[in-house]
Write a new protein. Structure first.
Lengths: 299, 543
């Protein structure tokens, strides 16, 4: 039986430390600014988070490109040649076509590696929600679990990733075409802060409104407390798009007041998710009760 | 000369011609982007994809080899979803031509279906109303008919594909909303047209893309004797120019002020140096003039709304036979406030004309227009509550619930928190009452005469601050009056403060009040907006 390599992509928002600790590699997407493409590096090799989000604050449009087939060919070939079977856990198909592309390339490339396996799994999540599943897969691989056991478990627990996110405005997401919800959540919301989740199909959708930024942090903590399972054994992930230290600390305090968890790991929202969601977004992720809500067709 | 055999050389030529034609129209494909800022990438992505095949070097007389090579090159250069799907169409096509030194029409048509099948398989959740639909319907048409030549095959397939393209807004709601056809499908048709022109020797006669998917306008709706009742739906994309204005500091509010004298239903957005403007006006020339003071036009659309039945119908909220579950009718004055309320989801905003207090009759007219099972009414002062309750009693076609909103601030709180998805009427009504429970509104206005109230001496022309029924501050200085009123609002117990500027309120005063709040109540979030209301220079809302 071949050893197993866990791969993810630029949407998984795992920082360098986590990527190294869990031996996870990732397929690179791209950010595009003024016609120039730059690799979307989770270790911020080409620009800092502040640089990216300040550009957006000044009104610059940053767009994104999904993983190109050549990148999957490079990555798959690298690990296939090193003797691995591959499990790629990718961004929700509702946010990016990368998992499709990965599947297409995998089918093609496996013709040259007839004894090998590649699984391309739709995580139904993005940002650290996706990253968490890759970490879990990596831990299972380290425990010696088989290829099928790992893919089964990830498929089973995809909907147990809970995400609660808040932003000042849904306009970035709307412009990027990556949020779906009732029209009452869009437009110039001013003091109203939407709370966004990843629904059961992997769609980013707002589920409620809260007045004021501080209240929105309280609500993130509330929702987390209500829906998390076995918090004492869990790591809660906080990802933010260059919020101030004061804000990040305020959120962490709000969480600690309501949830007794093993640890809280904070990191940046990466370039791809960041370019779509906009500066000052902040999200919390953990494993919790199964997500069943589906936004469906809305006006 | 009719072509009945497809050789490797011809296949490569068709591919190059298709890519060529797409290149000429890539921007038009990009412009079909659903969000109305033209930086979409479908055209570019498809072009890069097909160019991988078109630009490759071929050294074979074998159709099967050429097709396979082209598909492989396209896979390597595929970009974006539409690019990947396009590459799979060609990959499936190559599979269908496998082993063929050459191909006749029937073999090619079967191979088309292979392309469609492979493309559908490549996508985990295939969406209808896209490139996939047009490709599928075209392949199905080809299989159901016979053709005397490859030229005929392509010519008829393109016709079918265009019909299919025009149907995409019916299949995919976001296309219909945005008024466009599917960009990926349009890209595919440009490729097919390039191929046809190569076969037939004719130059490409592509229809300009914006003409596709638009229903023919019925010009008989506006005759020589018609009277212009609704005006023109005018949509402009303006590129602000450095030579005309300071782009970074360009004020949408000031521009909105100007526009509000020219028409209504104003939507104004700024994205970098592009301004998108939508307005209903009787005098589009004045709107164009106003816009050109700041920049030049990228696109201009002016439509007589008497022909544009949909817009008018939507604006009046009458959709015959389409009864909604819930609707919200709000009373408000001021173009900015009306716009904000509408953005938040109010189905009708009525302003009661001269007296600014809508009558029961005005409410009933609005109830008829919104056509819903349950109507929630948001009055904007005590008198209006009475008129609303009266109307509710009289109106038998819907359940009418009057929310006890006594001010614009209350109405704003209710609407900004509006969320009617999956809730019962009772739940919504309860949420609305909760939303306004802690809201405090202060109205800053100019006194119209001398008066003495609560031991305060007020002279005509002085500013007064009113909370509820009480005058809480009075001063010759507008900013001071506002700040004294702020101090009476328990800001420390509230999360947000809104400063809503009226027609006579100045942006400088608004900024000064905002600065005062930031200095004395640092935990409060302050938002300034333009309301455009008469009478009250400023409305201060704490929630």
């Amino acid at each position: 039986m071949a050893k197993i390599k866990i791969l993810t992509d630029s949407c998984s928002d795992l920082n360098g430390e986590l990527l190294e600790k869990y031996d996870i590699d990732y397929a690179r997407m791209k950010t595009i600014r003024g016609g120039t493409e730059t690799e979307a590096s989770l270790t911020w090799e080409y620009y800092t988070p502040k640089e990216l989000y300040d550009l957006m604050r000044r009104g610059e449009r940053i767009t994104t490109a999904q993983v190109p087939p050549t990148e999957f060919i490079r990555l798959f070939r690298k690990y296939l040649d090193e003797g691995f079977d591959i499990i790629y856990i990718g961004c929700s198909l509702k946010q990016s076509g990368s998992v499709n592309t990965g599947s297409v390339v995998a089918n093609d490339i496996l013709k040259n590696y007839p004894d090998r396996k590649i699984a391309c799994i739709d995580s139904l999540n993005s940002s650290t929600g996706e990253g968490m599943l890759a970490i879990r897969a990596s831990m299972l691989a380290a425990q010696g679990k088989s290829f099928e056991e790992i893919t089964d478990e990830i498929m089973r627990y995809r909907n147990n990733v809970i995400e609660y996110c808040t932003v000042h405005s849904l306009e970035y997401l709307r412009r990027a075409g990556r949020v779906k919800g009732a029209s009452a959540f869009f437009g110039n919301l001013m003091g109203v802060k939407p709370i966004i989740i990843a629904d059961a199909d992997g769609v980013q959708t707002p589920i409620k409104k809260v007045k004021g930024r501080q209240n929105s942090f309280e609500e993130l903590a509330n929702l987390l407390a209500e829906n998390i399972i076995e918090p004492e054994n869990q790591t809660i992930y906080v990802a933010h798009a260059d919020c101030s230290e004061a804000e990040v600390n305020a959120l962490i305090s709000a969480i600690k007041a309501k949830v007794n968890c093993k640890e809280i790991i904070t990191g940046y929202i990466g370039p791809i998710v960041g370019a779509s969601i906009g500066p000052d977004a902040v999200a919390v992720f953990a494993f919790g009760k199964e997500v069943t809500y589906r936004v469906g067709e809305v006006d | 000369m009719a072509v009945t055999v497809l050789t490797a050389a011809l296949y490569i030529e068709l591919l190059r011609s298709g890519a060529d034609n797409l290149q000429r129209h890539a921007k038009q494909v990009n412009d079909l982007n659903v969000f109305p800022i033209p930086d979409g990438d479908t055209g570019d992505n498809m072009l890069l994809t097909i160019s991988g095949g078109a630009d490759a070097e071929y050294d074979t007389d074998d159709l099967s080899t050429a097709a396979g090579q082209a598909a492989q090159s396209m896979l390597l250069s595929a970009r974006g979803n539409s690019g990947v799907i396009l590459s799979q169409l060609f990959s499936g096509l190559a599979d269908g031509l496998n082993g063929c030194l050459q191909a006749d029409i029937s073999v090619f048509v079967s191979a088309m279906q292979c392309g469609v099948d492979k493309a559908y398989k490549a996508v985990v959740n295939p969406t209808e109303g896209t490139l996939l639909t047009v490709a599928r319907e075209t392949a199905e048409f080809a299989a159901a008919n016979s053709f005397s030549s490859f030229e005929e095959l392509f010519r008829q397939c393109i016709e079918q594909a265009k019909l299919s393209l025009n149907r995409t807004p019916e299949l995919l709601y976001v296309l219909k909303q945005a008024g466009v056809v599917d960009s990926g499908a349009a890209g595919l048709i440009y490729i097919m047209e390039g191929m046809y022109s190569c076969l037939s020797g004719e130059p490409v006669q592509a229809l300009p893309v914006h003409a596709l998917g638009k229903a023919a306008v019925d010009v008989s709706l506006f005759t020589e004797d018609s009277i212009l009742e609704f005006g023109y739906c005018t949509e402009l994309l303006v590129r602000l120019q450095n030579s005309k204005t300071d782009i970074a500091r360009f004020s949408l509010d000031a521009f909105r002020d100007t526009l509000s004298t020219l028409g209504d239903s104003i939507v104004l957005l700024k994205d970098g140096s592009i301004v998108k403007l939508h307005i209903h006006t009787m005098t589009p020339s004045k709107v164009l003039e106003a816009a050109q003071r700041y920049g030049e036009f990228l696109t201009v659309k002016i439509e007589n709304m008497m022909l544009q039945h949909n817009e008018v119908v939507a604006e009046e909220n009458t959709r015959a036979g389409e009864r909604k579950k819930y609707a919200v009718v709000a009373a408000a004055t001021g173009s900015g406030i009306t716009e904000t309320f509408t953005d938040f989801g109010a189905d009708a905003v009525i302003n009661g004309g001269q007296t600014m207090n809508p009558s029961s009759g005005d409410f009933i007219e609005a109830f008829n227009k919104v056509n819903a099972d349950t109507i929630f009414v948001l009055p904007n002062n005590g008198n209006v509550i009475l008129a609303a309750e009266q109307a509710a009693k009289l109106y038998k076609n819907s359940e009418v619930r009057v929310v006890p909103t006594k001010s614009i601030g209350d109405g704003y709180s209710v609407l900004s928190m509006l969320d009617m998805e999956g809730k019962s009427a009772d739940e919504i009504f309860s949420d609305m009452n909760d939303a306004m429970a802690d809201t405090i509104t202060a109205e800053i206005s100019c006194s119209i005469r001398d008066a003495e109230i609560n031991g305060m001496q007020i002279s005509k022309g002085q500013y007064i601050g009113i909370i509820g029924k009480d005058i809480v501050s009075a001063d010759t200085d507008c900013v001071d009056t506002a700040c004294r009123a702020i101090d009476k609002m328990n800001i420390q117990d509230h999360a947000c403060v809104m400063i809503i500027r009226g027609k006579d309120g100045s942006p400088e005063h608004s900024a000064a009040v905002a600065a005062y709040i930031a200095a004395h109540y640092p935990l409060a979030e302050v938002y300034e907006s333009y309301g455009g209301q008469e009478v009250y220079d400023f409305l201060l809302v704490a929630e």
